[in-house]
Write a protein that binds this ligand. Sequence first.
Ligand code: SF4
Length: 674
Amino acid sequence: MAEILRSSPAPEILPSACPLDCPDACSLEVRVEHGRVVKVDGSRLNPITQGYICSKVRRLPEYLYGPERLLYPARRVGPKGSGEYERISWDEALGLAADKIRKARERWGGESILPFYYGGSNGLLTQDTTDARLFRRLGASRMARTVCAAATGRAATGLYGKMPGVAIQDFVHARLIVLWGVNPSASGIHLVPVIQQAQKAGARLAVIDPRRTPLAKQADLHLAPRPGTDLAVALAATRWLFEEGRADLGFLAEHATGSEELRRRASPWTFERAEEASGVPAAEIERFVRLYAETSPAVIRCGWGLERNRNGGSAVASVLALPAVAGKFGVRGGGYVLSNSGAWSLDSAAAMAEPEQATRVINMNRLGETLLERDDPPVEVLFVYNCNPLATMPNQEKVRRGLAREDLFTVVFEQAWTDTARMADLVLPATHFLEHTEVSRGYGSYVLYRTPAVAEAAGEARTNPEVFAELLRRLDLARPGDPETADDLAAALLRRSERMRGELERDGLAHPDCGFAPIQFVDSFPLTPDRKVHLVPEALDREAPRGLYTYQEDPATGGYPLALISPATNRTISSTFGQLVRKRIPLEIHPRDAEARGISEGDAIRVWNDLGEVRVNARLNADLRPGVILLPKGLWSHNTLSGSTANAIAPDTYTDLGQGACFNDARVEVEKLA
Ligand code: SF4
């Protein structure tokens, strides 16, 4: 395919951009020698990048050429999970995949085929293009992409129609910055210097997180609610704003619906009741909301940490309602930011070139249950790409048992030998974003890139569009005029905006219609049909099991009193880069909880509940809220003593909105191993 670089000149520095799952969307400088990447650094094309990048992406040369890189198609020859494979040709591999897909479809129908994906490399050409076309034309089961951002997405869409938020560089104009359920020191790192610059200029910082994160240590105020109780804190703040006459009734009358209903639903939430639910002292919640009411511009950076529980959707909705209630919009540095993905008007339907079919929908959070229990029809072919579900989906042991099903044919199309790839029947090597043409956009910074391949593909790796287009042909599903090459697909995606195409050509990056740094309610408005904020949207109220903003109690029991959280770290992006984290990762526990169980630093411990167990070493951490333990997300089996990770004890229950994952509803007990 033309889009893969097959030869490279002498050493040079080439421009690229990072499409990984991170808000910052850094612009990159890549040093390439003899067609191989030898160094990756940040450039200044995207002003947010400021010439530096995270330590993860600096390690890309190891990622690209390390022993875990998948180089050739291979077929399983030993028992499932044994890791025994034989190298085969692409022709054989694609023939085998097409044959299994055809037979499953003939015997059970298209829904017996399940595509499973989640934007691992996250570029816009690697997903929802030729892949979607293939699976739609097969009539395959559809997958609900809900493991992350499902509840936040529902809340943000319901209240604001995903209105673009405050730009990273505009945080410097805020006088109060609220970080709610987000840790920029680990992910989205370019916000950190902007916050520090704002603090130097006199801005106050409030952090709401069950851990004392690095920025919480520098904050004026740190509230540490129990996981799953942010809703109580936000509703108590809302109640106070209304009751104390600090709500901006003029703004609400002109720009919002549902303010009276929100006021009614928040009214039972006194500071004392919120303290009882969240464990945050009433006086601290009051101090926070007074500071918020009195300070402008004030910006809330709402993260994804508060969505990962039974109350997640309502919690996010209640946090996003605060700037509307308190009248914080209309000034630079005031308002909120969550994801800015709604700012882009890209034509993914044109790139797919096939309308969606009304086939059954499988929620990815229930992969284990789906593989083991669904028979309407059973999943016969699982096609995994851009995803490592054995490491990233809840109820891990059930996923493992599902993948071990003898009659299941699993294809894993990947860049690395992930835990999931080692369970596959057929593995196909995929190119990395530095090895193929890519289109990517930020969901924090407002930039879009079209980047060419800068290095030769490792081994026999092929691009996603190339492989799915070939499968379409082999299954007699290709049609004349289908966009197939990277150039075709990029043109289809960008066909709505001549301006963006021109900017890409001229500047190497493009901005959305709202510009590089929109002011909410000046440059960007709610994308709801009436352009108003819907504080109690009917659809969300219907969807939430007990109605929007209804608090559901903590699932802790006497037997499982500890709340396990599994946040992101600076080592991986979800499970991407997990092969480079070779050491064992400890579980963090507050010294008081450790002492009560006779656990000392470094002890081997067992963490368990009814779903399974994880064996790890203990690390005492006084920055955690007592009663909360931490094992990071994104670990691979080699990172623990037992080969299982936090997801082995994470339930596959759903958030109140969006059927998202409830990782932080894991309630567990810990004991020292003999
Ligand atoms: S992961 Fe984020 S911080 Fe790191 S290079 Fe990519 S965009 Fe930048």
